[in-house]
Design a protein around this ligand. Structure first.
Ligand SMILES: Cc1ncc(COP(=O)(O)O)c(C=O)c1O
Length: 421
């Protein structure tokens, strides 16, 4: 978790007082610090590229805002996309197709043909997908492909985001890996790489090493069978600290260990990574405003104008997000509160039992580390419009997404004629 500067009792973010941002743009609003975004990308890229050729494919599912994508495009990032929508969004942001890998899961033929038609590399997830791709690609076997395998190693901040364990719905099961590559060759494809994604937000390096051993074993076995791969793709999943005083994962050490294994044990010269959370998580805070304070006897509540429609991680994964009052920053805390939103469900709780400094209506409530799977997972539940996003850089703020209008939620709905009039 990052520490923020305090100016006259107000939290500073990207060189601006959070109170000024909330006043100018309204709340709730996601606010992203451009400088931090660039730094995070460079940290992970430099950690690996000093050992071997490295391509960082930012996992854009974490945050698909076009401005954020554009900044990463400028930094030289590549993309991991999981849907046609993500691929098209990244093309729109300026990424060339050869900088994008598409890793779908349970992909329809319609989506598969559309993605294949855009010329991006397809990271095939099942034997069924391979056979369908062969038929759909109209003999275009020059299409770059790779395979996602299930390494039998999982990791993650919550069981819902562990993806690499044996029996997972993701990837080619270990028992089928070699025959799937051989089948791809038989169909005329030239597989370029091998991929795993063990899960998201794990905080130990051990599962990465274990999964790398599996990747290396298959890479070498494939070579013996005459299939020489160009790259190993380690996927995403680097965890970040959400709580105060939680240590960061040592990315330099992880990079040295993983690349060391590849260079010592294989002929592979190129590593791909797909970090999402690591790149965007701590770049962004969600600013909300306290609209209500309630003492319910056995519990005290701070009611804010963001709910699980705006940030679903606490409700969905019991995730911790640190919270501070931006306009009473560093003030002594008075009591414990649950921070709750306007959604009509008792699960609409952003934080439980937090000590806060005498919250009052109008306070700016800052929710930390909201850049990954924050806005991207927000919804219209309770017919609440999606909120604004703002970029800050060196003390200046720019709107990068306007809020939705309530009327826009009706655009695609139709009331049958017979019910009108
Ligand atoms: C295939 C793939 N790659 C990368 C990621 C990014 O994971 P993280 O944000 O934890 O780095 C995900 C997340 O679900 C994924 O499914």
């Amino acid at each position: 978790m990052r520490d923020y500067e305090n100016r006259d009792g107000v939290m500073l973010f990207g060189g601006m007082k959070v109170t000024d941002i909330a006043d100018e743009f309204g709340t709730p609003v996601y606010v992203t610090d451009e400088k931090r975004l660039r730094e995070n990308y460079r940290n992970v890229h430099n950690a690996f590229s000093k050992h071997m050729e490295t391509k960082v494919h930012y996992a854009c599912k974490a945050n698909t805002n076009l401005t954020i994508l554009k900044i990463l495009e400028q930094e030289g990032s590549c993309i991991d996309a999981v849907s046609l929508g993500e691929v098209m969004t990244c093309l729109k942001a300026g990424f060339a197709p050869d900088r994008i890998i598409y890793t779908g899961n349970n992909v329809s033929n319609k989506e598969l043909s559309a993605v294949a038609g855009l010329g991006v590399m397809i990271n095939v997830d099942s034997v069924s997908e391979l056979e369908r791709l062969s038929k759909l690609s109209d003999g275009n076997k020059a299409l770059p492909i790779s395979f996602r395998i299930t390494p039998g190693v999982g990791s993650g901040h919550n069981a819902k985001v562990v993806t690499g364990s044996t029996g997972s719905k993701f990837g080619i099961p270990e028992k089928d890996v070699i025959k799937t590559y051989l089948r791809a060759k038989e169909l005329g494809f030239d597989p370029r790489g091998i991929h795993v994604h063990i899960g998201s937000g794990g905080r130990s390096s051990e599962p990465f090493m274990d999964a790398m051993e599996v990747l290396i074993r298959f890479t070498n076995e494939l070579k013996e069978k005459g299939i020489e791969l160009e790259f190993i793709d380690m996927g995403g999943g680097i965890g970040v600290p959400y709580r105060p005083n939680e240590p960061e994962m040592d990315v330099d050490e992880l990079a040295a260990d993983l690349t060391g294994m590849i260079l010592e044990e294989t002929d592979i010269k190129k590593i791909l990574l797909e970090p999402g959370r690591y790149i965007v998580c701590d770049t962004t805070v969600l600013l909300t405003r306290c609209v209500d304070v309630k003492d319910a006897g056995i519990k005290k509540y701070v009611g804010v104008d963001a709910g699980f429609n705006t940030l679903i991680r606490p409700a969905m994964y019991d995730s911790y997000h640190h919270i501070a009052l931006g306009n009473k920053f560093g003030k002594a805390c008075t009591a414990k509160y649950d921070v709750v939103g306007p959604i009509c469900e008792s699960g609409d709780c952003l934080a439980r039992d937090r000590v806060l400094p005498d919250p009052e209506e109008g306070d700016v409530v800052v929710i930390y580390d909201a850049g990954a799977y924050g806005f991207a997972m927000s919804s219209n539940y309770n017919s609440r419009p999606l909120c604004r996003e703002v970029l800050v850089n060196d003390g200046k703020a720019e709107l990068i997404r306007d809020s939705e209008k309530i009327e826009e939620q009706w655009i695609h709905q139709r009331i049958p004629e017979r019910l009108i009039g």
